[in-house]
Design a protein around this ligand. Sequence first.
Ligand code: SF4
Length: 58
Amino acid sequence: METKKKNSCIKCSVSQCKHNMENENYCTLDCISVGTHEPNPTVPECTDCNSFVKRSCC
Ligand code: SF4
């Protein structure tokens, strides 16, 4: 069974992501990739976690 360990340097509340440690709101990856979908980002909503992977359903 896969053992997940939270990365205390990366807080994240996206519980739909398979890398998220639910109920602790942390990412479990060692490193993530962040990008943008905007030509000129101005607010946090303009940025994306490109390491997101949809959690598969039970
Ligand atoms: S990969 Fe990105 S979206 Fe997924 S838990 Fe980590 S920081 Fe959050």
